[in-house]
Design a protein around this ligand. Structure first.
Ligand SMILES: O=C(O)CCC(=O)C(=O)O
Length: 256
C-alpha cells in the first residue's frame, strides 16, 4: 500500500505548513538517484535538454573548484528528461501523499535538483515560492527530498511554522537571490529541519523557508518536486505552458 499521512500529520501540514515523512523511499532508490546525479555532475552523462545552473561565485570566477561538477548549483527538468527521476516524480508514496493534500488531479509545476557541494554551496535566503510562481491559487505543495543526510552544517531546510497562512509577503532582489523584505518576517521564529536521506519534507508554497551555506566537507543534494492541483490557473503572460501531468483530469481554462 502506498504511504499516507496520518490525520495528525495532515493536520500538522495544514497548521504548520509542512510535515516530514520518514523513509519515503528506500535506501536502494536513494543510492540509485545519487549515482545518477554523479553521472550528470562528474561522469560526463549528456545533459541534453536539462537546464544547469552554476554557483554564481564560481561562474564569476570568484571561487575555484577542482571539477566543474563541484560548482553546479541546480539542475532543472530531470523528471521530464531522465527515467529514474521520472519514476521519482511519479513515486507511489509521494503521489499518494500529494493526493491527500491537493486532491486527485495533479500536475507538476517544477522539479529541481538542488546541490550544495562541500564548502561551495551557498545559502538560499528566506523566501516563499508562490510569489515567484505564475499559478493561482497560491496553494502548491513541494516534496523536498534529500539524497544525503541534511544537517545544520551542510544546509538543511529551515522554515517558519504557520507562516504560510500569512499570504504572500513582499520580496526584494539582493545579490544572487530573491528574499523576503526585511521587517516582513521574523527570522528568530525559524526552526531547523534536519532530515535523513530518503525522508521527505512536504511544504506549502507560501511557507517561508531558508537553507544555509554548506560549511561542511559533505555534499548536500536534494530534489524539490513541486505539485499543483490540475484545477489551478496559470497567471503568467501568454498561454499556460504544458506542465508534466501526474494523474487525474485536466480542466478547460486551467493549467495545461
Ligand atoms: O534546497 C535548497 O537549498 C533550497 C530549496 C528551496 O528553496 C525550494 O525548493 O524552494
Amino acid at each position: 500500500m502506498p504511504m499516507q499521512l496520518t490525520p495528525e500529520q495532515l493536520n500538522a501540514y495544514q497548521q504548520d505548513g509542512y510535515v516530514v515523512v520518514e523513509d519515503l523511499v528506500t535506501p536502494a532508490e536513494v543510492a540509485a538517484l545519487r549515482q545518477r546525479v554523479w553521472e550528470y555532475t562528474h561522469g560526463g552523462r549528456p545533459w541534453g535538454n536539462l537546464k544547469v545552473q552554476v554557483e554564481p561565485r564560481v561562474q564569476r570566477g570568484e571561487l575555484r573548484v577542482e571539477h566543474p561538477g563541484d560548482g553546479i548549483r541546480k539542475i532543472d527538468y530531470l523528471v521530464q528528461e531522465d527515467d529514474l527521476f521520472r519514476q521519482l516524480g511519479l513515486h507511489e508514496n509521494i503521489v499518494s501523499i500529494i493526493e491527500q493534500i491537493l486532491g486527485p488531479d495533479i500536475k507538476m509545476f517544477r522539479n529541481s535538483l538542488l546541490l550544495k557541494p562541500p564548502e561551495v554551496g551557498s545559502q538560499k535566503g528566506w523566501h516563499q515560492d508562490s510569489p515567484y510562481w505564475p499559478i493561482g491559487p497560491m496553494d502548491l505543495c513541494s516534496c523536498w527530498f534529500p539524497l544525503d543526510d541534511a544537517t545544520l552544517e551542510n544546509g538543511c531546510m529551515w522554515a517558519i511554522p504557520g507562516w504560510h497562512k500569512k499570504g504572500p509577503l513582499p520580496h526584494v532582489h539582493v545579490t544572487d537571490d530573491n528574499v523576503i523584505a526585511e521587517g516582513a518576517y521574523d527570522e528568530a521564529l525559524g526552526v531547523a529541519i534536519p532530515m535523513r536521506a530518503g525522508s521527505g519534507l512536504f511544504f506549502h508554497s507560501l511557507l517561508p523557508h531558508y537553507t544555509a551555506p554548506n560549511r561542511s566537507n559533505k555534499w548536500r543534494r536534494a530534489i524539490a518536486l513541486s505539485y499543483m492541483s490540475a484545477r489551478s490557473r496559470y497567471t503568467g503572460p501568454g498561454e499556460s505552458p504544458q506542465y508534466f501531468h501526474v494523474k487525474g483530469n485536466t480542466y478547460p481554462g486551467c493549467v495545461r
